[in-house]
Design a binder for this molecule. Structure first.
Ligand code: ATP
Ligand code: MG
Length: 235
């Protein structure tokens, strides 16, 4: 579904992405890990056209995204969560989801609210004001607002930053449920190894702008270059 080919992005002398090849299948879950500055956020920025690539291309559903604007890419079915949550604090959870669905074409196949609330594990807090939600639940609501648009692919950049251990594990469960129930593919950039372990999915390891390993979590964690370069004491 998503296919990134020979993607390179330079900033002056810095090669933030250096010939990245990566494919994501429909409904697949994938974690991208790697040390600070290895190019993870830049990869998302190029996929969603916040930044043009220096070389290489991004294909989605068989078409090249070259030259499209971010909103056009969103309309094709790629939703992205940024690190700063942007929920409407004065509105309830349900109202936030309704706002997010507003403006979709009438014929669009949007998930119904009860299903959405269940997916983001906020069914019991549907009438709570978003401003009163704890940090983790706010992040889930923001994911719900993206899901309200029924994307085929969801990109999450460090969604568990600032979460408690319990919230982090609940977020891994949420991502798994998305693939199972809605068939949504999810690519998650994540530093928290508790999340990566709990998701137990495919893991791509980046180092200095390159993909250095790509496999199941169980295989990846055993690679010496991965242990040394990134996993450290966690492995
Ligand atoms: N807009 C920009 N202008 C100049 N340099 C940039 C820009 N964006 C990223 N870089 C550089 O590109 C490299 C990759 O940065 P990027 O933010 O993609 O890393 P990251 O893997 O997301 O790191 P982190 O784990 O800290 O979020 C870094 O050297 C960074 O300084
Ligand atoms: Mg980043």
């Amino acid at each position: 579904m998503l296919s990134v080919r020979a993607l390179t992005r330079e900033f002056g002398g810095v090669r933030a992405l250096d010939g990245v090849d990566l494919s994501v299948a429909p409904g697949e879950q994938l974690c991208i890990i790697g040390p600070n500055g290895c190019g993870k956020t830049t990869l998302f920025n190029v996929i969603t056209a916040q930044l043009p690539p220096t070389r290489g291309e991004v294909m989605f559903g068989g078409r090249a995204l070259t030259g499209l604007a971010p909103h056009q890419i969103a309309r094709l079915g790629i939703a992205r969560k940024f690190q700063v949550p942007s929920v409407f604090e004065d509105l309830t959870v349900t109202e936030n989801l309704e706002v997010a669905r507003f403006g979709l074409p009438a014929q669009a196949e949007v998930p119904d609210l009860p299903a959405l609330l269940r997916q983001i594990q906020l069914a019991e807090r549907a009438q709570v004001q978003a401003g009163h939600l704890p940090h983790g639940a706010r992040q889930w609501l923001e994911i719900g607002m993206l899901l309200a648009q029924a994307p085929q692919l969801l990109l999450l950049d460090e969604p568990t930053a600032g979460m408690t251990g319990a919230e982090t594990l609940a977020t891994a469960a949420l991502v798994r449920r998305l693939a199972q129930e809605a068939g949504t593919a999810v690519v998650v950039v994540e530093h928290d190894m508790r999340f990566v372990q709990a998701l137990d999915a495919r893991v791509v390891v980046m180092l200095a702008g390159r993909v250095v390993a790509d496999g199941r979590f169980d295989e990846i964690r055993r690679l010496p270059q991965v242990r040394d370069a990134y996993l450290g004491a966690h492995a």
